[in-house]
Design a protein around this ligand. Structure first.
Ligand code: PMV
Length: 348
């Protein structure tokens, strides 16, 4: 599947890139995959083994400010107002990609804030690396195209590539070994189909196994991994069609199939990856109950215990009311769909 956006290519940094002390601020929205990505075809370049399709979430976002500064002896990273030792190495490695591209040697000060619980299977790496890619390149004086930014964000986290385009985002696996054709494109803008996502948070704590580790274990040990990869192209093509035609019942069936197939795959790893808890099952039962009553809603889950219920705007209240009163659902978030990230530069 080929994207419409232009081919990523390294560009000359502008004169601004040579200065230090430039600051940029970006806001990027988290996304939730309806056709899931799980597995890498190249770990070093972070290239996915399967294509994916997601929706961007308006109320779930990351705000990130980056400043490159010659006077810093190392990168400084702050997450939600506190030093972030757990995330520091991964963020610094990502900044190295930006520095290499520009030929910049300065370290950076990164301050990032999430509007929702971090690392709890709510896709914080998607909004996190999308915001970081945008803010860091601008702070370094680079003006990249959306395709270039998406490919860069993918180096931090596969799902982040999709947050760069917003709306209904399609990330093909690409075929090129250098990953030059692996960047997200906007299949349809958010405003074209105003869906609502009700997120049932059943455990706000950090998840037990991160996605990269989980994907490696699954690829190495699951007897079903090959079947997952083989079916992915047809699954994705069907979902693109359901989105383009705004066929909710078809999208619901395909998205639930993708989510449950992903979790069946995770469960078949050795040792198994079990992300659910009692609240997860209660929320899934809640969605089943609503469906039985004729409410157009479907459930999806990432590598975590939270359940995301997706429905047309007119049913959001009914869905939120039902899920909100379930034992085991600790918090509810409700959100419409979002567009691409925004960026703001401050003068040095
Ligand atoms: O991009 P990562 O490393 O956050 O992995 C994302 C994996 C899933 O959230 C489970 C699926 C997806 O496509 O977002």
């Amino acid at each position: 599947m080929q994207g419409r956006a232009e081919e990523p290519a390294v560009r000359e940094a502008s004169g601004l890139a040579r200065r230090t002390g430039c600051e940029a601020h970006a806001r990027a929205h988290a996304n939730i995959a309806l056709a899931k990505y799980w597995g890498k075809r190249d770990a070093a370049l972070n290239l996915p083994a399967v294509g994916s399709l997601s929706i961007a979430l308006e109320a779930l976002y990351t705000d990130t400010t980056v400043r490159f500064d010659d006077r810093l002896a190392k990168d400084h990273v702050e997450l939600d107002g506190r030093p972030a030792p757990a995330e520091h190495a991964r963020i610094s490695r990502f900044l190295d990609c930006v520095r290499e591209r520009v030929g910049l040697r300065s370290h950076a000060s990164v301050s990032t804030w999430n509007s929702y619980p971090t690392s709890a299977g709510l896709a914080s790496s998607s909004s996190g690396f999308a915001a970081l890619a945008f803010a860091a390149t601008r702070a370094a004086g680079l003006q990249l195209s959306v395709a270039e930014l998406s490919a860069l964000a993918r180096r931090g986290s596969g799902s982040a590539a999709r947050s760069l385009v917003g709306g209904f985002a399609l990330l093909p696996p690409g075929r090129r070994e250098d990953g030059g054709d692996c960047y997200a494109v906007c299949l349809m803008e958010a405003s074209c189909w105003p869906l609502v996502v009700v997120v049932a948070i059943t455990d706000p704590g950090s998840k037990r196994t991160g996605s990269t580790k989980g994907m490696t274990r699954t690829a190495e040990t699951s007897p079903y991994y090959r079947a997952w990869v083989e079916a992915s192209e047809a699954d994705l093509a069907a979902m693109c069609d359901a989105v383009r035609t705004r066929d909710f019942p078809r999208l619901a069936e395909l998205a639930e199939h993708s989510a449950f197939k992903l979790h069946a795959l995770m469960l078949s790893a050795r040792p198994p990856l079990l992300y659910w808890n009692a609240g997860t099952l209660a929320a899934l039962e809640g969605v089943r109950g609503l469906q039985a009553e004729g409410v157009p809603v479907f459930a999806t889950l990432d590598a975590g215990p939270q359940v995301k219920a997706v429905c047309p705007e007119a049913y959001a209240e009914t869905v939120a009311e039902r899920l909100g009163r379930l034992a085991g659902v600790r918090q509810l978030l409700r959100t419409g769909l979002a567009g691409p990230p925004t960026v703001r530069e401050a003068p040095p």
